[in-house]
Design a protein. Structure first.
Length: 363
């Protein structure tokens, strides 16, 4: 393969879509805190000062949706007054019957993918790993510098040669700010306080391009500059476009929803194939049918990097991992209020999450 450029992006917690993701996952965590068997699919949309919270909740938990949403906005750093409208109904009885019982059936049909590689310490593709670290650093800096505001985006373009990472070609940072800072001051601040501490200097060269607020002034942001909805950042949440995505979002969904738990488990399998030295890259696809406890299909692709054939690795995977919905929930202990910690800067690659833990594979 000749030289190739590949780009991934990340966003900060103040991005309007991520506001809605955090509202949804905060609601889910509150439900699970009171009722570990809660079945939740409550999402949010936001525009200007209006928040719409909607979806299905099958739970004994008592949740003040308005207070949860407003607390999220304050936590992020927005000080405006917001109005909340809610439309929450009970979970469909047909769906509830499919996911209840000793052996849990999948809450919906769907496909999901997991991916891992040895390209970074987090077993994630480089571009999305770097973009998340830059976005997280941007968040840290704006919480100490009042001239920066919560909304922001980061984009990283990496250059590969013969499938090997060579350099960072371009870094794009767009950040909301106050009127008290000039664009020249902003570019210096971002380059010195955000990019320099994070970007690997060995991958930076004289040709690396920095595009900082390339559109110029970015004073109006958040929900007043754009609308937001839960689940619109599924590429940011997964592998930055480097691997396929199943199409279903993660935030808002309890673990009976295999869009979420199945994707987490697929990542767990791939990560541990790499960590156990069985491959350098791995991609796993799962598919489920609603009401069925086990997957319809399991497919592994190691792109020719496995220590044995993919067919042989699939046998090892089946001997070491149980893809039934009940087993996934039990092995990863998913009925806990852990989901707020997944919302921002990717659902994968964070060392504290259960699907990012090492598991010794027997083979």
């Amino acid at each position: 393969m000749a030289a190739m450029l590949f780009t991934s992006e990340s966003v900060t917690s103040g991005h309007p879509d991520k506001i809605c993701d955090l509202i949804a996952d905060s609601i889910l965590d509150e439900a699970l805190r009171q009722d570990p068997d809660a079945h939740m699919a409550v999402e949010a949309s936001i525009k200007d000062d209006l928040i719409f919270i909607f979806g299905e909740a099958g739970t004994s938990a008592v949740i003040d949706y308005e207070t949860v949403a407003k607390n999220v906005l304050k936590e992020i750093g927005y000080t405006e007054e917001y109005h909340v409208i809610t439309k929450i109904t009970g979970q469909s009885r047909e769906i509830n019957s499919a996911v209840s019982g000793t052996e849990i059936g999948a809450g919906d049909q769907g496909i999901m993918f997991g991916y891992a590689s040895n390209e970074t310490d987090s077993f994630m593709p480089f571009a999305i790993d770097c973009a998340h670290r830059l976005a997280r650093r941007l968040e840290e800096v704006r919480r100490t510098d009042e001239r920066l505001r919560p909304d922001g985006k980061v984009q990283v373009t990496a250059e590969y040669e013969n499938d090997i990472l060579k350099r960072i070609d371009t870094i794009v940072v767009s950040t909301q700010h106050t009127e008290d800072i000039t664009q020249e001051e902003l570019r210096t601040l971002i380059k010195e306080q955000v990019i320099r501490p994070v970007a690997d200097s060995s991958l930076i060269d004289a040709e690396t391009k920095y595009l900082i607020n390339p559109s110029g002034s970015f004073i109006v942001g958040g929900s007043f500059g754009d609308s937001g909805t839960t689940g619109r950042k599924i590429v940011v949440d997964s592998y930055g476009g480097y691997a396929p995505i199943g199409g279903g979002c993660f935030s808002s969904k309890d673990p009976t929803k295999v869009d979420r738990s199945g994707a987490y488990y697929a990542r767990y399998v791939c990560r541990n194939l790499i960590a156990n030295g069985l491959a350098k890259r791995a991609q796993l696809q799962l598919s489920y049918a609603i009401g069925e406890p086990r997957p319809v299909s399991v497919n592994i692709n190691t792109f020719g990097t496995g220590v044995m054939s993919d067919d042989a690795l699939l046998g090892i995977i089946r001997n070491n991992f149980d893809f039934s919905v009940s087993s996934i929930i039990a092995e990863l202990d998913l009925k806990r209020p852990i989901y707020r910690s997944t919302t921002n800067y990717g659902h994968f690659g964070k060392p504290g999450l259960p699907w990012e833990q090492f598991k010794a594979i027997k083979f």
